[in-house]
Write a protein that binds this ligand. Structure first.
Ligand SMILES: Cc1ncc(COP(=O)(O)O)c(C=O)c1O
Length: 330
């Protein structure tokens, strides 16, 4: 029996998904994991993580915070990204959600102070060319935040440049040196929370109090290369729409796949390239016919999910549940 889905369709393998959630919960139970929702943008998945014992979450956008809080998942939401429009969250704070912002400038401190949000973390740069203050500047920014009436819970530092370092020992060594800066900043800042890490360093980063991993729930081919104990749970289901003597074409193109980590993969085939609505692949040890379904493994989970309105939880070709990707947008 084939899939009864219009393609391209985002599908989640139930067995792999459960394995991933349970494996991570066993490694980092309860508050040791602050799951990042940006990887799945789906409150149905966040609720599964909540049921597994994780009550605090990481978000990347105001919209993610809003939707999580509106769905009753607002026990402790960290918006791990600089925002100037924090006042959008006032109604949620007033209604009882606990929201923490990160700040790395006087401007983001002022934006937080002007909102109903009372709690912040100082975002510290730990090697990624992105947000954060230098470790030596963290204490001064914490003083400024406190002078503006904010409570500083501690620090966060995301070592994103290390997530895909292939060698585990090298990843651990580099994480240790990145975290030395974060811990020095934490000593200056005060508070009791040190937040950081991700799927690539969840086992190596033993310096943070909580790990902000997100991709582990669904996985992608970039992370699969690290030999982590998580399984590929996310696929884009496609239909073969054309075949030649040497290649086949399915209806999963750039508009259905995040491609910043490279080409997707298809079991039993070599992917040649993608265009807007097509993936062209050369069958290796398998024959493909027009009308066949193919499972395309994305190279990067987050931007792939963000392109889809819904995802389907499947057991083989059987659809168990359909979940809206309800945290899409900004
Ligand atoms: C601030 C922050 N924390 C954590 C992560 C880790 O996410 P993942 O586990 O998906 O690598 C990310 C991903 O980009 C991030 O931006």
């Amino acid at each position: 029996v084939g899939y009864d889905l219009t393609t391209p369709a985002l599908v989640v393998d139930d067995g792999a998904f459960r394995h991933n959630l349970d494996t991570m919960t066993a490694a980092l139970p309860g508050g040791k994991l602050r799951p990042h929702v940006k990887a799945h943008k789906c409150t149905a998945i966040a609720r599964r993580q909540y049921v597994n014992g994780h009550r605090s979450f990481t978000c990347a956008t105001l919209r993610e915070v809003e939707v999580m809080a509106d769905r009753g998942l607002g026990d402790d939401l960290l918006l791990a990204n600089e925002v100037l429009g924090a006042r959008r969250l006032d109604r949620l704070v007033d209604a009882g959600s606990r929201i923490t912002l990160v700040v790395d400038s006087p401007e983001t401190v002022a934006a937080a102070a002007a909102s109903a949000v009372r709690e912040v973390l100082i975002d510290v740069r730990v090697g990624l060319m992105r947000c954060g203050v230098e470790p030596g500047e963290a204490g001064g920014l914490a003083d400024l935040a406190r002078s503006r009436g904010l409570e500083v819970r501690g620090v966060m530092g995301y070592e994103g440049q290390l997530m895909l370092v292939a060698d585990r020992d090298e990843r651990r060594r580099a994480t240790e040196s990145a975290m030395a800066g974060l811990l020095a900043a934490a000593a200056d800042v005060g508070g009791d929370l040190v937040s950081g890490g991700g799927t690539g360093t969840y086992a190596e980063n033993t310096w943070v109090d909580e790990v902000q991993a997100g991709s582990y729930a669904l996985m992608d081919t970039a992370y699969a290369g690290l030999g982590l104990p998580f399984r590929q749970a996310l696929f884009v289901l496609g239909t073969v729409i054309s075949v030649s003597r040497t290649w086949a074409v399915a209806d999963v193109g750039l508009k259905a796949l995040g491609m910043d980590h490279g080409l997707p993969a298809i079991d039993g085939a070599e992917v040649v390239f993608c265009s807007d609505e097509h993936v062209t692949f050369t069958p290796a040890d398998r024959r493909f016919a027009v009308g066949d379904h193919v499972l395309v493994h994305p190279a990067h989970v987050d931007p792939t999910v963000a392109l889809h309105e819904r995802m389907h939880l499947v057991d083989g070709a059987r659809v168990l549940e359909t979940w809206p990707v309800d945290m899409r947008g900004w």
